[in-house]
Design a protein around this ligand. Sequence first.
Ligand SMILES: C[S@@+](CC[C@H](N)C(=O)[O-])C[C@H]1O[C@@H](n2cnc3c(N)ncnc32)[C@H](O)[C@@H]1O
Length: 281
Amino acid sequence: MALPVGVQAGAELERIEIDLLLEGVYRHYGVDFRGYALGSLKRRLTRRMRDEGTPTLSALQDKVLHDPDAMERLMVTLSISVTSMFRDPTFYKAFREKVVPLLRTYPYIRLWNAGCATGEETVSLAIVLEEERLLDRTRIYATDFNAEVVDRARAGEFPLSRMKAYTENYLKAGGGGEFSRYYTAEGPVARFSPQLMQNIVFAKHNLASDGSFNEFHGILCRNVLIYFGTSLQLRVHTLFHESLVNFGVLGLGHKETIRFTPLEHCYEAIDSNEKLYRRVA
Ligand SMILES: C[S@@+](CC[C@H](N)C(=O)[O-])C[C@H]1O[C@@H](n2cnc3c(N)ncnc32)[C@H](O)[C@@H]1O
C-alpha cells in the first residue's frame, strides 16, 4: 500500500537531515557513522534530540557541530557499549571446546577482539585462554573506536556489583574453579589481575575507516556488525578476511552471520549456532 504523500515527504526529509548530520559529523570530527543501520540510527538520534532539547535533526546537527560536548554525548548514544563478561555463555563453551584445540597448534597466537567496548569480553577471552594454558603465548589486540571505553577497558576494573552475574555466566561457559580468583575487591570495584591483563594490547581502531594492522589466528567481533548497514558490514568482513591467516577463526554475535555475504564461501562453520567460522579460502 502506498504511503500518503505527506508521510512520504516527511520520511524523505528525515532521511536528508540524518544524511546531512552524519556527513557533517564525519567532515568536522572524522567519526564515520554514515554506514550504520538506519532503524537503530533513527531511534538513537530521536533520543538525542529529546535529551539535547533540539526540535529537529537539523537543529541537533547545528548543536553537535558547534559544541564538542554535544558531539561527545552523540558519540556515547550512537556507539552503544553495552557488554558483559561471558555474554552468551554457550559461545565461550563452544570457543573452549572447538576453537582452543585449533589455536593450540600455533606456537604463538595473535587474536583481535574488535569492538571490545569496556573490555569485559576481552577479559573473558583471556580467562578461557589462561585456563587452557594458552595465555602465555597469546597476544590479544582489543580495539574500539571509542577512546573513552578503550581507556576504561585498559584499567581492568569492573563494577563489583556485576560479579555475581558474571560468576554464573562463567560457570555456564564451562569455567573451572572460583571466578573470584581472577580479581581483588577494592571498594565498589573488582580489579582484574595484572597477569590476566598483561598480554592484552588495548588500542583505538575504527572499523568504518581504519585498515588491517596485523595477521590474526582469530578475530572476535560480537554485537557490533548488527548496528552497521550492508555495505559497511561488507567493508568490515573484507577487512577481517584480509586480517585472518588461512584457517584463522572468526567469531560473531548470536544475531550476526557470515552467511548471505559475498565472503560466505571463504569460510566454513565450526559451530553455526555460535557463529564460529574458519577461513578456508
Ligand atoms: C554493543 S557493544 C559490543 C561489545 C562486545 N563486543 C560484546 O559483544 O559484548 C558494540 C561496540 O562496538 C563499538 N563500535 C561501534 N562502531 C564501531 C566502529 N566503527 N569501529 C570500532 N568499534 C565500533 C562500540 O563503541 C561498542 O563498544
